[in-house]
Design a binder for this molecule. Sequence first.
Ligand code: K7E
Ligand code: CUA
Length: 665
Amino acid sequence: MKPSLLKSLTLFLFAVAIVIGLQNCKPKGTQSATGGDAAAKAYVAPGKYDEFYNFVSGGFSGQMSVYGLPSGRLFRVIPVFSVDPEKGYGYSEETKAMLNTSHGFVPWDDLHHPALSVTDGVHDGRWAFGNANNTPRIARIDLKTFKTAEIIEIPNSGGNHSSPFITENSEYVVAGTRFSVPMDNTNGDVPINTYKQNFRGTVSFIGVDKNDGRMNIAFQILLPGVNFDLARAGKGKSHGWMFFSCYNSERANTLLEVNSTQKDKDFIMAVNWKKAEEYVKAGKGKTVPVKYAHNVYDDQKHMATSEIKNTVVMLDPKDCPDMVYLMPCPKSPHGCDTDPTGEYIVGSGKLAAVIPVFSFTKIQAAIANKTYDSDYEGIPVLKYDAVLHGEVTKPGLGPLHTEFDGNGNAYTSFFVSSEIVKWSVKDLKVLDRVPTYYSIGHLCVPGGPTKKPWGKYVIAYNKITKDRYLPTGPELTQSAQLYSIDGDKMKLILDFPTIGEPHYAEAIPADLIMKNSQKIYKIEENKNPYAALGDKNARVERKGNEVHVYMTSIRSHFTPDNIEGVKLGDVVYFHVTNLEQDWDVPHGFAVKGANNAELLIMPGETQTLAWKPERVGVFPMYCTDFCSALHQEMQGYIRVSPAGSNVPLTFGTGNTTPATTPAEK
Ligand code: K7E
Ligand code: CUA
């Protein structure tokens, strides 16, 4: 097909979409839940708990947010890839290393997909993983503390989009590169139009330690320069396989809108990762030089460390037969989802008129019988008809993603026709459809990607909000919508706004997480080298032009709260230890004029704020989190004198005459 013809076809499709879109938004903001019955389903009475936690990607906010379902109440925004002044994340000295990369400190990213850890294919409530789409990374969040515990960078990658999908026993999370790029160990200074010769794709398998969740890049697979989009692990009978959708099999490097949509079919790639493990063991991998950061937060030191690593093991399918196969998939596939049995793999072509459903059994037979169509850059392409279970016909326009309930049904989101379509996996019949407001991207059924979906709801995460909420200027809130799927018909029961762009989300029964939720950090386990364990250890020390304030906080004072003898040119490090051992009593810490954020210090924790005063004077400091009746009294002063002044270093709390510092060491 000529590009011009295709362009007009695309334009036509979009015209149809716009007409449908317009129809959808006619009754302004009035499309609503169907009365009190539906409202009651989303109602969680004050003081009552929600049934599910919903972990929602923050998209270009770089964070992950946590909601309750069915209420849609926001509980927490977990800082992951972006600095968060509210929590001091990326601002405190202890957390800066979390955002270190081979490019240096990167204060922002774009998080698209949460993945919750599983054991035997069922949610176990231990960790949530998230991908960074811009500077390729994967984060692990500890669900005891709801804090980011680890971030690992992915080399040989650009735009880590098909990530961090997780295998049946959390053996691996994966990372597939969206942008193919020149490999890190080659001369990257090449003309962009040598894409076909010089650009390659990779997928990475990141091992997750069974006990502590620690990640390591087990191996990468070197692949043709296509774009990898999404992925899902096999489960049950397909355990040991991972499926990735790929687009741009044309390998275009410009105007992909036209140039990457030439072919009728792109691919779903099937990777036999058990086989890959054997090849790694047999020494078939090449150790290639790379540079990537691995950052780990220590819960006892309350401190992150960042290590730069220098090699990765690369498998080339040319040396490793029977490891990678391609299956033709119409057209520019986005979502690639496996059903709870592991038998069916659903490809969602953004420009396709049908939804193809592949059969794992047939894939295995086609591999055994070498039922190949052709090969693509040396990788066998299986015959479409040989691996197809069937196609869902006339499903809607612009299918993106599919989730499953526990009753053999699939739920597919349609961006262009703004709807969720429910269909039966066995016989591929469309059973129901509901409109979404508007332009749904991902959707989520609690447990939908696992072997044991919890069902009950489907949540739409929409790209466009338009008239659903009170206007807030040019930018409107992003939005999720909750539908009940208990009965035969899906029913809209709630709209709730989200933070950042909600791409994917997962939902998990509350009791799997709340029973393990940590209340405090034990002060006796605090191994932070700058901790002041008890008021008697509070002190101020000078080391050259560094002034270290070992400070404690407890309701409702800081020790010390009067500090003198700081000079212009000094850097003051406030190491604040929160001595509280009660749940929900953080203290904050802020100082006037700091080019920094606050600290928010959990009970038993130590955090450090660096402050470089730029003028002489007396500077107030105070607790930012309302912690007691006398919170407003939780304050102090620090005096800054000119460089070379002979004001002695003194500090104290409750002394009208400040104590003199011990002799300088
Ligand atoms: Cu939003 Cu998963 Cu990045 Cu589809 S992706 S919508
Ligand atoms: Cu401590 Cu307010």
